[in-house]
Design a protein around this ligand. Structure first.
Ligand code: M6R
Length: 364
C-alpha cells in the first residue's frame, strides 16, 4: 500500500504532481476557471471588504501565503488567524466578510469551531477541504475540494500542495470577477498554474541532491529558516516539517527580524536555510545571509534558477524552476519537504507517525 516506498510520506511527496494536476485540471475549461458547485456569485464577491483565513498547522501556513496571493491578485485585505486564536478573540465580522477555512481532514476541532462561530454570526463561509463529507465540508456554505486523495502520513505534503493550488485558482477567479487583473494576466496566471505539476516533477527528479544535503546536516541541533514575505511563510512550513518528523529544534523567522534578537542564537556551524525566491527581495536576503555567515552560520540558500549569484554567499544552493513569483511557494516547498524527510530518515525516526502527534486533531 506504500507503493514500493518505505514511508507514506515519501509516497505522498512523490504523488504531488498528480495530486496538483487532479486538483487544477477539472477546474480549468477552455482557458477559464470553472468552480462548479460554488454558490458564491460575482455580486457577492464584489461585496467582500475583507477575507479572514482560519486554519491550524500547515493549513495555516497555506493561509499565510494566501494572504499575499489574494491581496496581490484580488486586492482584498486578508487577515490570517490560527483557528484556536480566532475562535476566542471575537473578530469583527459582518456581511462584508468572507471566512475562508482550510483543512485537510475537515475535522480539526478548533477550525470547525471557528467555522461554526462565523456561521452563527451570519458570515459567509467557504472551505478548502480534502476529505469529502467531513464536518467542515458539510458545515460550510461552499466547499472546494482538494483532490489529493487519502493522506496517511501525519506530516502533510500533498494536501498542503493541493491547498495552495486551490488558493491560486480561487484568487485568480476572484480577481477576474473583480476586474483587478487584465485578460492577459488572467490567461498567463492560468497557464502558469497548469505548468505546476511538471515543474514539481522536475524538482522531484533531483531528490538525490537534497538527500546529499540531508546527509550533511542530519546531526544538526538547531536549524533556522529565514525568508521575507512569501518566503517567510514558506520558512514556517519548512521549519514545521523538519521539527515535526526529525525532532530537530527549528524555527522560522522573518529575515528582517534577525537583528531584533534572533541572531544571538546563531553560533559557529548553525544551519540557516535562507529562502530567497522573490526577486525584489533577493538583495535583502543576500545581506541577511552575510549577517548570519559573519556569525559562523552555514547557509543553505534556496532560490530560482536565474539567481546563481546566491552561490557567492551561500555555502550550498538549491534551485527551483522559474515561475510567476506568487506561485513559487508551490515549488519551493518541495525541497523543504524532501529535506525534512531525508533528515528524519537518516535519524531513524518514525516518520509517518511522529511522537506525540495525531493526523487529525479532533480535540481542543
Ligand atoms: O486536517 P487539518 O488540515 O485541519 O490539520 C491541520 C494541522 O493539524 C496539520 O496541518 C498539521 O500541522 C500537520 N501535521 C503538519 O504537517
Amino acid at each position: 500500500e506504500k507503493g514500493g516506498y518505505q514511508h507514506f510520506m515519501a509516497k505522498e511527496i512523490m504523488e504531488q504532481p498528480k495530486a496538483v494536476r487532479d486538483t487544477i485540471s477539472p477546474r480549468i475549461q477552455d482557458g477559464k476557471i470553472v468552480l462548479d458547485k460554488i454558490t458564491l456569485t460575482a455580486e457577492q464577491i464584489k461585496r467582500f471588504k475583507k477575507i479572514y483565513i482560519v486554519a491550524c498547522g500547515s493549513a495555516y501556513h497555506v493561509g499565510m501565503i494566501a494572504k499575499y496571493v489574494f491581496e496581490k491578485f484580488a486586492r482584498i485585505p486578508v487577515e490570517v488567524d490560527v483557528a484556536s486564536e480566532f475562535r476566542y478573540r471575537q473578530p469583527i465580522m459582518d456581511d462584508k466578510v468572507l471566512v475562508l477555512v482550510i483543512s485537510q481532514s475537515g475535522e480539526t476541532a478548533d477550525t470547525l469551531a471557528a467555522l461554526r462561530e462565523a456561521k452563527n454570526l451570519g458570515v459567509r463561509t467557504l472551505s478548502i477541504v480534502n476529505v469529502v463529507g467531513s464536518s467542515i465540508a458539510n458545515d460550510s456554505d461552499d466547499v472546494i475540494y482538494t483532490w489529493a486523495g487519502p493522506e496517511i502520513a501525519v506530516a502533510t505534503t500533498k494536501a498542503y500542495s493541493t491547498q495552495l493550488a486551490v488558493v491560486y485558482l480561487l484568487a485568480i477567479y476572484f480577481a477576474d470577477k473583480l476586474g483587478t487583473i487584465t485578460a492577459e494576466e488572467y490567461s498567463s496566471y492560468i497557464s502558469q498554474l497548469q505548468s505546476l505539476p511538471d515543474k514539481i516533477s522536475e524538482i522531484l527528479a533531483n531528490k538525490e541532491q537534497i538527500q546529499y544535503l540531508a546527509s550533511q546536516f542530519f546531526n544538526a541541533k538547531d536549524v533556522f529558516f529565514i525568508g521575507r514575505n512569501l518566503d517567510y511563510a514558506m520558512s514556517l512550513e519548512g521549519s514545521l516539517k523538519l521539527k515535526e518528523i526529525s525532532y530537530i529544534h527549528s524555527e522560522a523567522y522573518a529575515a528582517g527580524e534577525l537583528k531584533h534578537g534572533t541572531i544571538s542564537l546563531v553560533e559557529d556551524g548553525t544551519l540557516v536555510i535562507a529562502l530567497a525566491t522573490q526577486d525584489a527581495l533577493f538583495d535583502k536576503m543576500i545581506s541577511n545571509m552575510k549577517e548570519v555567515k559573519a556569525r559562523g552560520a552555514v547557509v543553505l540558500g534556496l532560490t530560482t534558477k536565474q539567481n546563481k549569484k546566491i552561490e557567492q554567499v551561500a555555502d550550498y544552493a538549491l534551485y527551483v524552476p522559474e515561475l510567476c513569483e506568487m506561485m513559487l511557494p508551490s515549488l519551493a516547498v518541495v525541497p523543504l519537504q524532501l529535506f525534512a524527510y531525508y533528515v528524519a530518515s537518516m535519524k531513524g525516526c518514525d516518520i509517518d507517525k511522529p511522537r506525540n502527534l495525531a493526523k487529525s486533531v479532533t480535540v481542543e
